[in-house]
Write a protein that binds this ligand. Structure first.
Ligand SMILES: Cc1cc2nc3c(=O)[nH]c(=O)nc-3n(C[C@H](O)[C@H](O)[C@H](O)COP(=O)(O)O)c2cc1C
Length: 372
């Protein structure tokens, strides 16, 4: 039977049914009152595209050159910690899809697969996302491992100086590594398919930090000790592309560019950190103006369909990433769900390109926007 997923929201609804509440809420939830998580999505709704007529739009292509590589699609998979909670083996599914569709995969420091395994599975499509958690010395060992296994793109996430309180996680007693008390046991028992699969594959662990960061990782532990000096140090240490993720201040972005960053990744962490932060799409045009036309910019947060991807490119992004849509997809229907969601996003982009009269990604700029 086909997966019956026609939109990202379909995947979300199915995932909500299949996953334990605690797991779904970890993926779906956000900081504070979750106002920004909604705003991230609705901010795209007020942006309109300009339909055009009588342009030959046969032979449309979505290939996109970015950071020295040609990608199959203009979007990729944002780094997400503990992906394997969405379904056992999710990390492998993501790596397989990254290879199959030739899209980037951000491997989180908090992933359930190792740096080395993921590089092997996804080749150069694997990008490593780096947090300093625990001591700087042990964190730098992760960088050494990423370099030794051949990663060429490092995403340095800077918007988690402190893991924001997330109310749903607190209510559900969600902890990483997972703590299973009576409440969680009942939740798992009500979702036997997930629970049995997870028991068979082993409850997901943090494959990189557990072994490397002082043997006593806690997700909530301080990540606030890093500063501009550390960025200088990291820049001189890491010889390949350095992309800084979680930047919403133009002033910071300009300084990061001056410090030698190869790209800025505009993100509010999907609304998971500061509920009163602006949406990424609101900040994006300001970033483009301040950083110049040729400087690499990535965006994520709240992108749920192909038209929003086009809007993000029109607003000045070079590349788009998404997080939750891929976790919903896996939670809904595993590898098949993931492939369905990637393909439906690509189909939506293609359909919209035909309507706005463009045949290639590089033709998408502010001229495709409806201007009153
Ligand atoms: C379950 C989950 C885990 C995440 N873990 C990380 C992480 O470990 N590192 C990181 O830089 N961002 C992390 N993020 C943020 C994503 O990289 C991305 O910024 C966010 O999901 C984008 O918003 P979207 O989900 O609306 O697409 C996580 C997001 C989710 C939903």
């Amino acid at each position: 039977m086909p997966s019956q997923i026609f939109t990202v929201e379909d995947a979300r609804v199915k995932a909500k049914r299949r996953l334990p509440k605690m797991v779904f809420d970890y993926i779906d939830g956000a900081a504070g009152r979750e106002l920004l998580a909604s705003e991230n999505i609705s901010a795209f709704e007020s942006i309109k595209l300009q339909p055009r007529a009588l342009i030959n739009v046969e032979g449309r292509t979505q290939t996109k050159s970015f950071l020295g590589k040609d990608w199959g699609l203009p979007f990729g998979i944002a780094p997400m910690g503990m992906c394997n909670l969405a379904w056992p083996g999710a990390d492998e599914m993501l790596a397989k899809a990254a290879t199959e569709y030739n899209i980037p995969l951000g491997l989180s420091t908090m992933a359930s697969s190792t740096i080395e395994q993921t590089r092997e599975r996804a080749g150069e499509n694997a990008w490593f996302q780096f947090y300093v958690s625990g001591s700087k010395e042990s964190a730098m060992k992760l960088i050494d491992r990423a370099a030794a296994s051949g990663y060429k793109n490092l995403i340095f996430t800077v918007d988690v100086p402190h893991v924001a309180p997330r109310v749903r996680d607190m209510r559900n007693g969600f902890k990483a590594p997972l703590k299973i008390g009576p409440k969680q046991f009942v939740d798992f028992a009500l979702h036997p398919q997930w629970s049995i699969s997870s028991l068979l594959r082993g409850i997901p662990s943090l494959a990189n930090v557990e072994t490397e960061v002082d043997g006593q990782f806690k997700r909530e532990s301080g990540r606030g000790g890093i500063d501009w000096d550390f960025l200088d140090y990291l820049r001189s240490y890491w010889p390949h592309n350095l992309i800084i993720k979680g930047v919403l201040s133009v002033e910071d972005a300009v300084r990061m560019k001056q410090a030698g960053a190869d790209g800025i990744y505009v993100s509010n962490h999907g609304g998971r950190q500061l509920d009163s932060a602006p949406s990424s799409i609101a900040v994006l045009p300001l970033m483009r103006t301040a950083l110049g036309t040729d400087y690499p910019i990535i965006i994520d947060s709240g992108i749920r369909d192909g038209e929003s991807i086009i809007k993000a490119l029109a607003y000045g992004a070079d590349f788009v990433m998404m997080g939750r849509p891929f976790s919903y997809a896996i939670g809904a229907d595993g590898q098949r769900g993931l492939e369905t969601v990637i393909e439906l996003l690509a189909d939506q982009i293609s359909a919209a390109m035909a309507q706005i009269g463009v045949t290639e990604m590089n033709s998408i700029d502010e001229n495709v926007l409806f201007q009153k």
